[in-house]
Unconditional design. Structure first.
Length: 300
């Protein structure tokens, strides 16, 4: 896997140097994790030829596309405000079956939040130990407010401290999505783009209410998830929802293209869609992908 990635870097450097003389040594790549579904089911077997990606409005050559090949770093971020105790306990009870969707070499970290956020256990590729951590979560004291965006911001900061940039990155939040104001969405999204993290959500709703139920809380995670290319689902049945969400995160595509020249720290917009030919084949397909990224320091 590592040798393949290094070959990809070499290909990117050659492609970029032919197009833009500002690329000299060690070209950077943009990774776009994407989920493609049709009628709710994952569309399998796609390749680079099936996607169109634009960076700040200019079409880019997709250098590489894979599905499931890279290891995954996943943070489980659990809302432990007072209203969530029963939901977290239900999720912990079914986590053993859900974790089977992950692959050898995948790593899981566990964190919780209410008014503040706390790292319970750092990344671990021993899923038996992860299970033990989740078994202990039920003993956490529940209560306090719900600062969703601040917790996601802190989780992104934890990812930024990780040195291995080849691993795919995702945060999976379990919450009722009824938060109090804690962080500007734009600030959180920028941090997530910089950290290259997808945010997905398992949202527990009051019985009988749909996912688009209008809350009166002052913040939620829907906008953040959408801008990173993540998915949010109703998780009133945490067993099926948790396992299915892990499967869908694991089955996402990773696409790479050479990062255009730009000022480090600046934001660039990304649009990704299916080619017209594949779009005609799947006219109701839904494509989820990040909406932008931040050019890292030391690039170009």
């Amino acid at each position: 896997m590592l040798s393949r990635f290094l070959r990809l870097l070499a290909i990117a450097a050659l492609a970029a140097s032919a197009q833009d003389p500002t690329f000299r040594t060690g070209v950077s790549l943009v990774r776009v994790d994407t989920q493609v579904t049709a009628a709710g089911a994952i569309v399998e077997g796609l390749g680079a030829r099936d996607f169109v990606v634009e960076d700040n409005g200019r079409r880019q050559e997709i250098l590489y596309c894979s599905q499931e090949e890279q290891h995954l770093d996943l943070m489980l971020l659990l809302d432990t405000s007072g209203s969530m105790q029963m939901s977290v306990r239900r999720l912990a009870a079914v986590s053993r079956a859900a974790l089977r969707e992950l692959h050898a070499g995948d790593r899981v970290a566990v964190a919780n939040f209410n008014t503040d956020s706390f790292l319970i256990a750092g990344f671990n590729d021993d899923l038996r130990e992860v299970q033990k951590t989740l078994d202990r979560v039920i003993d956490i004291r529940f209560g306090g407010g719900t600062h969703i965006l601040s917790a996601i911001y802190d989780a992104a900061g934890y990812f930024m401290k990780q040195q291995d940039k080849q691993r795919r990155r995702a945060i999976l939040v379990l919450t009722d999505n009824f938060g109090q104001s804690s962080k500007r969405e734009k600030t959180v999204v920028s941090r997530l783009w910089e950290a290259d993290v997808v945010v997905c959500g398992l949202i527990v709703r009051p019985r009988g209410e749909s996912l688009d139920f209008s809350w009166t809380g002052s913040e939620d995670m829907l906008g953040v998830a959408g801008k990173t290319g993540g998915e949010t689902v109703n998780a009133n049945d945490p067993g099926d929802a948790f396992r299915e969400m892990l499967r869908r995160i694991r089955r996402r595509y990773s696409l790479y293209y050479a990062m255009p020249a730009g000022k480090p720290g600046s934001v660039r917009k990304v649009t990704l869609d299916l080619t017209p030919e594949l779009g005609a084949r799947y006219p109701k397909a839904e494509v989820l992908a990040r909406k932008g990224y931040v050019i890292p320091k030391g690039s170009n």
